[in-house]
Design a protein around this ligand. Structure first.
Ligand code: SAM
Length: 280
């Protein structure tokens, strides 16, 4: 018997602690422990690694992370109703689960973790993109984590992993692809969750690159990409004209046709443009 075998089925845990799912907290639970173990394994070898889990809920994925050998799991949960259920897991995996009650958007989580750190979460959909954007844009690179393995709605997962020229390519794909290797590792139907959401979901793994793929100032790159994709149907000379009076020359210097649209420009050329804009 392992510690995970001693724990009751998740449906019993949910019933005993009256954890009716709340839409406002993005609660769609994973109750199949084979599936949560598979998600944990998709993140790579967890031994000698601290794992940050945002939104453990009743703890299905948490159990998978611990059973797969994570050195320590730090689990941040906003819903106070889930804490007693998580404490039962903490007892079974003595000393390896730290539970923080609070809002992941408000807490400084890195200080609770020792490198190497992987972030693995079935994220609440309402805050998932905001968290990802923050993790991709820390004050210094490399960040405190080495990989992110995160559940998103399929369409968001496609927006993170798209390549230039593809339908879902945009700001998220550029910022994710600039500093990580991002790919979809698993797709899940709505029925995998309780309650079932309306749309399909996908797990995305983003492996941190030691250095950004191409040099660029993060602030300038973010500004260029935000402007370019804000008006994605416009030619770049129009969507970026507020940046510089000589934007056409800067675009040409970066190897971009001023009449191109943002969706055709790859990360390398966005970075080249950011570098030309750094020069006075
Ligand atoms: N990990 C669990 C699972 O896979 O079954 C639950 C996933 S559920 C999609 C998202 C969880 O995030 C919920 O438990 C919810 O209460 C929690 N949550 C929502 N907003 C949060 C926030 N801002 N900070 C921390 N947890 C949050």
């Amino acid at each position: 018997m392992t510690a995970i075998d001693d724990l009751p089925p998740l449906r019993d845990v949910i019933a005993r602690h009256a954890l009716s799912a709340r839409k406002s907290l993005g609660q769609n639970f994973l109750l199949d422990l084979n599936l949560t173990a598979k998600i944990a394994r998709s993140a790579g070898d967890l031994r000698n690694t601290d794992v940050l889990e945002v939104g453990p809920g009743p703890g299905g994925l948490t159990r998978g992370l611990l059973a797969e050998g994570a050195r320590k799991v730090v689990a941040v949960e906003k819903d106070a109703r889930c804490i007693p259920a998580l404490e039962e897991i903490s007892l079974a995996f003595e000393g390896r689960l730290d539970i923080l009650e609070g809002d992941a958007l408000e807490l400084d989580l890195s200080k609770h973790l020792t490198p190497p750190v992987r972030i693995i979460s079935n994220l609440p959909y309402n805050v998932g993109t905001e968290l990802l954007t923050r993790w991709l844009d820390p004050p210094e690179w490399p960040p405190f984590w080495t990989s992110l393995t995160l559940m998103f709605q399929l369409e968001v997962a496609q927006r993170i992993t798209a390549q230039a020229g593809e339908k879902h390519y945009g700001r998220l794909a550029v910022l994710a692809g600039w500093r990580t290797d991002a790919r979809i590792v698993m797709e899940l139907p709505p029925e995998a969750f309780t309650p079932a959401p309306k749309v399909r979901s996908a797990v995305v793994t983003l492996n941190c690159l030691a250095k950004p793929r191409f040099p660029a100032d993060p602030k300038i790159l973010k500004d260029v990409v935000a402007r370019a994709f804000n008006q994605r149907r416009k030619m770049l000379r129009a969507s970026l004209k507020g940046l510089r009076p000589d934007i056409e020359d800067r675009l040409i210097a970066a190897g971009i046709k001023p009449t191109d649209r943002a969706e055709t420009v790859d990360i390398e050329r966005f970075c080249a443009l950011a570098r030309t804009l750094e020069q006075t």
